[in-house]
Design a protein around this ligand. Structure first.
Ligand code: TYD
Length: 211
């Protein structure tokens, strides 16, 4: 099991909710449904994602689409730089203003994807403890790698990018399955989207009512 050695506490203001899973796991659908449901209930929601639209995030997307990957260490450093900017410029300020942050991917994606390239997963997780706030809840949408790849290729009509080969996605899934992480809720990503949404919303409203 991979776990946090000394779990930090989640931020004391706001609500930080993260979605993780393989490409094609349905994260963005669930982020949108949750954001809408919370806004309808009067909450201020900030919806965001990683990689970001910032300079490092754009560099990552350009690299992924080109199919020419940089070394695993360099790739890791780009994701970390993107994340540090994201935390200081958007995530922390939004939480300090007591908003709900709904985020598509965070550092468990780094653990899974850069871990699948041979980097030390535990070290990736531990190094993030120094600067990355702990989400109140992380929803991991679990799907087999084959299904994720099919969904990316067929339903979205996209050509898989450099992160999306069956072998590498299977390695990512292996890491996701080993995680023992505070606030992590693993859900079957093959459930109907509305069922998943109901489960997630119920959990989020319970957490929100305790704040
Ligand atoms: P993704 O959420 O799929 O963005 P988009 O829908 O714009 O393609 O993220 C792009 C890829 O980046 C995805 O295959 C996973 C990968 N990734 C990492 O390898 N490490 C990370 O830390 C993050 C956040 C993403």
């Amino acid at each position: 099991m991979l776990h946090i050695t000394s779990p930090p506490s989640p931020p004391s203001s706001g609500l930080f909710l993260v979605f993780e899973g393989l490409d094609g796991s349905g994260k963005s659908t669930q982020c949108n449904l949750l954001a809408q449901a919370l806004q309808e209930r009067g909450y201020t929601v900030v919806q965001t994602r990683e990689p970001t639209q910032g300079p490092w995030g754009q560099k990552i997307r350009t690299m992924a689409n080109s199919g020419q990957r940089v070394s695993a260490d360099e790739e890791l450093s780009w994701f970390v730089k993107d994340r540090k900017e994201h935390i200081s410029q958007l995530i922390q300020p939004a939480l300090q203003q007591n908003h709900i942050v709904i985020q598509d991917r965070y550092y468990l994606s780094t653990a899974a994807y850069q871990g699948s390239r041979g980097l030390d997963v535990q070290q990736i997780i531990d190094s993030h403890q120094e600067f990355a706030p702990l989400p109140h809840r992380t929803f991991l949408l679990d799907i087999p790698a084959e299904i994720g790849l099919q969904r990316v290729q067929h339903s979205r009509g996209e050509t898989p990018d450099a992160f999306e080969t069956l072998t590498s996605l299977q390695a990512c899934a292996d890491v996701f399955h080993q995680l023992d992480y505070p606030g992590l809720i693993q859900l079957d990503g093959q459930l109907p989207a509305t069922t998943l949404h109901e489960i997630i919303l119920r959990e989020v409203l319970t957490v929100a009512s305790r704040l």
